[in-house]
Design a protein around this ligand. Structure first.
Ligand SMILES: [Mg+2]
Length: 423
């Protein structure tokens, strides 16, 4: 492999591994009689669900993931339709990760059938990234009877692009200097994370290829897309500084904040203001850790130490202040016994999922316009707080609460807040 030498970060040390037709391939491996046949794994073969994974034999008939099962049956009437056995696939996925971890500790599972590895510093033991990629492919084939498509590049974005270029069973290397030749001719829609909406916004600016995006003035992109403009410009230039993060997967079960009031209170306004502050802190912690949550839990402890916790599951994942606040206030209003004094109040978020670095940001950008507005507002607030500290900005209704509430985590439940109550 050609070495670039001095320039740190430009070495292709990031590997992206994407299992080929994973669910279908695991089924074919477990049931040899299915090998060579069109196998279609779906939620419920007789129901109205969609295809999870089609084997390459089924893809030859035009069957694709996310296609309604009914249509798949029409295209491929002789196909073998199986209902998915997720726990079996997850077990195989775990064993695959063990293989990868023998080469490097820096393994980030990206989905049930994809993972990023950073093998920088592993060369002396295992050879360079390309040699490691070859060995892993071989081990996966011998040990599991499965094939995978692998990308090797200097960063996650390019490695992800590379693994997609020769499927199935491919091994593709993209070096920094390959970007103009390999990435720039692609339509913007082919850039990982760029969806329909972003692509059509770019098209309206006359930008249809990655090359045009790479050459567009970044100010113009920022004027149109906000922070996302920087990200788009970077990825089109093959730049992605997000690290391969093994900790991403070891996410907590929940994130929460609670405070013990300086003085027990039955004042609804005071209590809801605390809820807003707590919701903001929880949402911000989610964003800092690259997480989104589906469930919001309210905790109330009354003066007599009687404690209640109530949860609500949201329609969609969120990392936004408003969503968490709205859910906590609703829980509070339906569950608080009015006139009963509250001693401690807490908000936590659970049902957590990783919102992966730039890809999630782009995905959020693809979401309905309300998300977009929330996102740009929230990231602006986050930037100010990063620079000037947590108390720098509070929402209007927090302003008259004297000073920002001191926070403490679940480990310090007994602490009394020293802050003075407003009103
Ligand atoms: Mg795959």
């Amino acid at each position: 492999m050609r070495r670039q030498g001095s320039c740190a970060g430009s070495e292709p040390t990031v590997i992206h591994i994407d299992m080929d037709a994973f669910f279908a391939a695991v089924e074919q491996q477990a049931h040899p009689e299915l090998r060579g046949k069109p196998v279609i794994v779906c939620g419920d073969p007789d129901g109205r669900g969609v295809v999870s994974t089609a084997s390459y034999e089924a893809r030859a008939f035009g069957v694709r993931s996310a296609m309604p099962v009914k249509e798949a049956k029409r295209l491929c009437p002789h196909g073998v339709f199986l209902s998915s056995r997720l726990s079996d696939y997850a077990a195989v996925s775990e064993r695959l990760l063990e293989v990868y971890r023998r080469y490097t500790p820096v393994v980030e599972p990206f989905s049930i059938d994809e993972a990023f590895l950073d093998v920088a510093g592993c060369e002396r033991l295992h050879g360079d990234a390309v040699a490691i990629a070859r060995n892993i492919k071989e081990e996966v084939r011998r040990g599991f009877g499965l094939t995978c498509s692998v990308g090797v590049a200097p960063n996650k974005f390019l490695a992800k692009m590379a693994s997609d270029m020769q499927k199935p069973d491919g091994l593709t290397v993209i070096r920094a200097e390959d970007v103009p030749r390999v990435i720039w001719p692609l339509p913007v829609r082919k850039l990982y994370g760029v969806g329909e909406k972003t692509a059509s916004a770019l098209a309206s600016m006359g930008i249809t290829t990655a090359g045009a995006l790479a050459e567009a003035p970044v100010e113009v992109l920022v004027a149109r897309f906000g922070v996302m403009g920087h990200i788009l410009h970077d990825v089109a230039n093959g730049i992605d500084e997000s690290p391969v993060d093994p900790g991403m997967w070891e996410r907590p079960k929940s994130l929460g904040r609670e405070i013990t009031l300086a003085e027990d209170s039955a004042d609804e306004e005071v209590l809801t203001r605390h809820l807003l502050s707590l919701a903001e802190q929880v949402a911000r912690r989610l964003r800092k850790r690259g997480l989104v949550a589906r469930t919001v839990t309210l905790k109330l402890r009354y003066s007599d130490f009687a404690t209640l916790t109530r949860s609500r599951t949201l329609d969609e994942f969120t990392c936004y202040d408003e969503d968490i606040y709205r859910a906590s206030v609703e829980l509070f209003r339906t569950n608080w016994t009015r006139s009963r004094k509250v001693r401690l109040i807490g908000v936590s978020a659970s049902g957590l999922a990783a919102s992966h670095d730039y890809t999630c940001q782009l995905a959020l950008f693809e979401a309905p316009a309300t998300h977009e507005r929330k996102r740009s507002l929230v990231s602006a607030l986050d930037r100010v707080r990063d620079r000037f500290g947590e108390g720098a900005i509070t929402r209007a209704s927090l302003i008259d609460v004297a000073g920002p509430a001191r926070r403490h985590g679940p480990g310090r439940n007994g602490d009394r807040e020293k802050e003075r109550q407003g009103g």
